[in-house]
Design a protein around this ligand. Structure first.
Ligand code: SF4
Length: 409
């Protein structure tokens, strides 16, 4: 079934949405641009049409359950171009600048269309500010999801029960049961989205990638505020459009992978790609971390969802320890990086961590030494999630890429 056709039959689409998505033909990249520039635009339209929208923070929030409860999930993001002016009055200054910025946007009305927010227990910045969000940005629904930080059988059993509590809480809020059928449907819909995204990532593998890093970053962000069916259709449409591109240059660009925190803005990728290098892969929490594994279809769908978020989404707030040797544990934590570097023919990695971000910060030595052990250079930068810091970043990144380009000559 063509993407546009499937999209126009989307169960989530309102009349307005169906009209918009029918115009998707050959306009995928334009729509990505619009959704990226006006993040939440579609969700606001859905809200006006009577749909329910649930915000969430972090990659650890189970969007399948939110979807099964009848909400469109919207990932809370910040805007590095927006100066923080309101958040200091109620948020402690030691939280990471990403979260401070996102909270500031909420206080300025950017997320007023939300029916609620789900906050998983990931890092201290997120979990310790749950009450601050609730008190200063009151919404009809708030839920704190107690995500464990270790993998293994007891954690899995615990997390399965936590997800069931979350389901009951949503049922109480909406007054509607979340059936097994709803959950099964949501799992399949998100698995389809993941497959579509992996297919698109594959188009970055050729010597001349068919989609630029900037376009990819915009798409990764745009789909975080769309209903799942619309996201899948949009990704398929973009794949179709970029496959028609003809490559004009025979020169292979320096191929870069970006890694690190919630990078949800194009600033870093723009700096890299303006040098002539190309971002061909990522290991970030709005990107590949969410797309390179599927949820197993289990008899009780909650089992598969719990296993996915605990065992398959590779966030530094989960410590993977299967009791093997140090090297085996290292492979469990970082083995996917080796695969990405090889499959996407990565020449160098740029690792970006926000100031005050302990989980990613603590992993920097292990991550860099692992990547360097694969013979690839890593450039580590600490950032402040603000466009005012990007000129400093620019000079340093340009120097790093220039050095690598010289070595290749
Ligand atoms: S950037 Fe780091 S500190 Fe901030 S919310 Fe993400 S994991 Fe937590």
């Amino acid at each position: 079934m063509p993407a546009s056709e499937r999209c126009s039959k989307s169960s989530d689409a309102t009349k307005k949405g169906a009209i918009e998505m029918e115009t998707l033909n050959d306009n995928g990249l334009t729509m990505v641009e619009n959704y990226y520039r006006d993040y939440g635009y579609r969700a606001r339209a859905l809200k006006q049409a009577g749909k329910r929208i649930m915000g969430y923070i972090s990659a650890a929030a189970p969007v399948e359950i939110i979807n099964a409860a009848g909400f469109t999930p919207v990932r809370i993001k910040g805007d590095p171009k927006e100066a923080v002016t309101k958040a200091y009055g109620s948020m402690e200054t030691l939280v990471c600048p990403f979260l401070l910025n996102a909270f500031d946007l909420a206080l300025k009305g950017k997320y007023d269309y939300l029916d609620g927010i789900v906050i998983p227990h990931t890092c201290d910045s997120v979990s310790r500010t749950y009450e601050v969000w609730k008190r200063n940005f009151p919404l009809p629904y708030y839920h704190f999801l107690n995500v464990p930080h270790l993998d293994g059988a007891p954690s899995l059993e615990f997390f399965t029960q936590i997800l069931k509590t979350f389901i009951r809480s949503l049922e109480q809020f909406t007054g509607k049961e979340i059936s097994k059928k709803n959950l099964d449907h949501a799992v399949l819909a998100y698995n389809e989205l993941r497959q579509a995204m992996r297919d698109l990532y594959d188009l970055r593998k050729p010597d001349q990638p068919l989609i630029s890093g900037i376009e990819m970053m915009k798409l990764l962000v745009a789909v975080k505020a769309l209903p799942v069916d619309e996201s899948t259709a949009l990704i398929r449409q973009v794949s179709k459009e970029v496959k028609e591109r003809k490559t004009s240059s025979s020169q292979k660009p320096l191929r870069v992978m970006i890694a690190g925190d919630q990078i949800d803005d194009t600033a870093l990728v723009e700096i890299i790609e303006k040098t002539g290098a190309q971002v061909v892969m990522d290991d970030i929490s709005v990107g590949s971390k969410l797309y390179y594994a599927d949820i197993e279809v289990t008899h009780d769908p909650v089992d598969g969802i719990a296993e996915y978020y605990l065992e398959k989404v590779s966030l530094p707030t989960f410590y993977r320890d299967k009791g093997g040797s140090y090297d085996e544990n290292l492979e469990l934590r970082f083995g996917h990086l080796k695969r990405f570097i090889s499959e996407f023919d990565v020449d160098a990695v740029i690792l970006l961590v926000y100031k005050n971000c302990d989980p990613y910060g603590f992993e920097v030595p292990a991550t860099t030494s692992y990547i360097e052990s694969l013979g690839k250079p890593v450039f580590y930068v600490e950032d402040e999630y603000s466009s005012s810091s990007s000129s400093r970043l620019k000079t340093r990144i340009e120097a790093f890429i220039e050095m690598l380009t010289q070595e290749r000559r």
